[in-house]
Design a binder for this molecule. Structure first.
Ligand code: NA7
Length: 541
């Protein structure tokens, strides 16, 4: 290791910046920090780059955001040379894309793969961070930046007997690299979220027998995927400036925005026509480009919820199965809306069955399968599509210690507390990219990743240029930010529903909204205002 050449002040460190994670955030952080003249080290637990797109290689895994609005926007050359094959690309293509980025910008020389960060400790005397890997290796830096993603700590429920199972058990986010042939297997899938919806549809095309264990049905909507030919890709390339402009001006950083009208500003017939039109359109427009009050007014929401229920009933042959697949007891759009490509029709196949866990809860896993209160389902494979300890999980699983040895996990035991969703009081010189109370975790993520990375790297450069050695969020700014986040979410219907947005999918986790509900534009404005005011809300030393 070489001593950092650019640390402006304070004790020498091995690097200016240590980054955790070589996913979409980490890769851009390395590139941008290097351009600004900093030395960086990035530790990555996987044996390849790509983060989410490295780990989630289950059958059917693909974008729910438009490919061409998802890729990085910061390199014209990259935009010009990369061709997406589909409007919603599958995981292997995205993993290839991110490997291409790592190679093109020579990022690998600063990335240490197969290295999990166990913890990081702030030393107030030297104003440095010491980062320790799971192998016991240590390195120091002036700044510690987490880029661990919001959906990277897989969650497998602690069902009695889980370890007794004699067959193959897999979590979707820890999928093996070798393909699995399901054609003669009897499989159980536990879960029915966005991941399960993709997996069930794909595996259902060629499976011996599949039993889906569903706790909560979802308001799934059509993805509307299609291939992109050469001519269309050429048009998209020409449109990139306009596409990214639209994303910058939208609530969720998508190329569309909420309709400023209320659902009741139009007649019943017109509303129906608009819903039909959106149902036939690709992507999330029907969720995040719908009437603005769909997510704030229960009566408006009911019009949409009932529309989706009707669609589900119309697509599932068996009325009893259709009933089980139809959500009735929570508002539309308050859980992440899964996008699907034939999900409901999968349940019309003779070899696919649905178990409603509200009617027959799982009692235990046995050596041979899944036992509910009604019967034992014998299977040779169990797929846990049971999600993640979202947003905070990957952060608090590391032993991160700030001033006076305070553990981040203890500080956030009653819910995360941040300033601007990028810093937390008591942890100077630490930045959290795509963390809690940050628009990025409720956004077309790469668009917000770019904003997060640019803000953090600009800040670090600003500090260096002015000889400022230490930046620390003020507790009062943090309190105001927490209250701002609470006020925003309480104006919506989202707190009514148990979801990972609310931390409610993890037993014992504090039930609190984990994201930022003001939208990407408002969020960017708040961050920019703080920066332009000389990093208002921070103590600079
Ligand atoms: P999700 O959306 O958290 O879905 C997890 C699913 O697993 C969901 O259907 C859960 O039911 C179910 N689950 C969780 N625990 C249990 C237990 N103990 N028993 C039965 N079923 C259970 O995770 P995904 O991976 O699908 O998606 C995560 C994000 O990735 C998604 O939002 C996109 O942004 C991409 P529940 O609904 O909690 O009743």
């Amino acid at each position: 290791m070489t001593a950092s050449a650019t640390a402006a002040t304070g004790a020498a460190t091995d690097y200016d910046v240590i980054i955790v994670g070589a996913g979409m955030s980490g890769l851009y952080l390395i590139h941008r920090l290097r351009e600004l003249g900093f030395t960086v080290r990035c530790y990555e637990a996987g044996d390849g780059v790509g983060g989410t797109w490295y780990w989630n290689r289950y059958p059917g895994c693909r974008f729910d955001s438009e490919s061409w609005a998802y890729g990085y926007s910061w390199s014209q050359e990259l935009l010009e040379e990369w061709n997406w094959s589909e409007h919603f690309a599958a995981q292997p293509e995205t993993e290839r894309y991110l490997n291409h980025v790592a190679d093109k910008f020579d990022l690998r020389r600063d990335i240490q793969l197969s290295t999990r960060v166990a913890g990081a400790r702030y030393d107030a005397a030297t104003n440095t961070w010491t980062v320790e890997t799971a192998h016991g290796e240590q390195a120091t830096a002036r700044y510690f930046v987490t880029a661990v993603g919001v959906l990277s700590a897989p969650y497998t429920p602690d069902i009695p007997g889980r370890d007794d199972f004699q067959g193959l058990a897999l979590h979707t986010a820890e999928w093996p690299k070798e393909p699995i042939d399901f054609s003669a297997r009897r499989i159980a899938v536990i879960g029915s979220g966005a991941t399960a919806v993709q997996l069930i549809t794909e595996v259902g095309k060629n499976v011996g027998h599949m039993t889906v264990f569903q706790r909560t049905p979802n308001y799934c909507l059509p993805l509307g995927n299609s291939p992109i030919g050469d001519e269309e890709m050429a048009r998209i390339k020409q449109d990139y400036p306009e596409i990214f402009r639209k994303c910058r001006e939208s609530f969720g950083a998508f190329p569309y925005n909420f309709d400023p009208r209320s659902a009741f500003d139009v007649s019943d017939e017109e509303r129906r026509r608009i819903y039909e039109e959106m149902y036939a359109e690709p992507g999330f427009r029907i969720w995040l480009g719908n009437f603005f009050d769909i997510l704030t007014d229960r009566r408006a929401n009911d019009t949409m919820a009932e529309f989706v229920r009707e669609k589900i009933r119309g697509r599932v042959d068996d009325p009893e199965t259709a009933r089980k697949l139809t959500p009735t007891d929570y508002p539309f759009g308050t859980k992440r809306v899964p996008l699907e490509s034939g999900y409901f029709e999968t349940f019309n196949r003779a070899n696919v069955e649905l178990v409603d866990l509200n009617e027959e809860p799982i009692e235990r896993i046995t050596a041979n399968g899944v036992k509910t209160s009604s019967r034992e389902y014998a299977v040779d494979t169990i797929v846990y599509a049971t999600g993640f300890d979202a947003v905070t999980g990957a952060l608090v699983r590391m032993d991160i210690r700030g001033e006076d040895g305070q553990a981040l996990a203890d500080k956030w035991a009653d819910g995360p507390r941040t300033y601007l969703g990028l810093t937390t009081a008591g942890f100077p010189n630490m930045f959290i990219v795509v963390g809690p109370q940050n628009a990025a975790s409720f956004c077309n993520v790469p668009r917000c990743i770019e904003q997060n990375v640019e803000w953090v790297t600009d800040c670090i450069a600003w500090l260096r240029d002015r000889g400022v050695a230490r930046i620390a969020a003020r507790p009062e700014s943090e309190q105001a930010w927490v209250e701002h986040c609470e006020a925003l979410i309480n104006a919506t219907l989202l707190p009514e529903t148990d979801s990972w947005f609310m931390g409610a999918n993890i037993p014992g986790k504090k039930r609190v909204f984990l994201n930022y509900a003001g939208g990407a534009m408002e969020y960017r404005q708040q961050c920019d205002d703080a920066a332009q005011a000389g990093y208002a809300g921070f103590a600079l030393t």
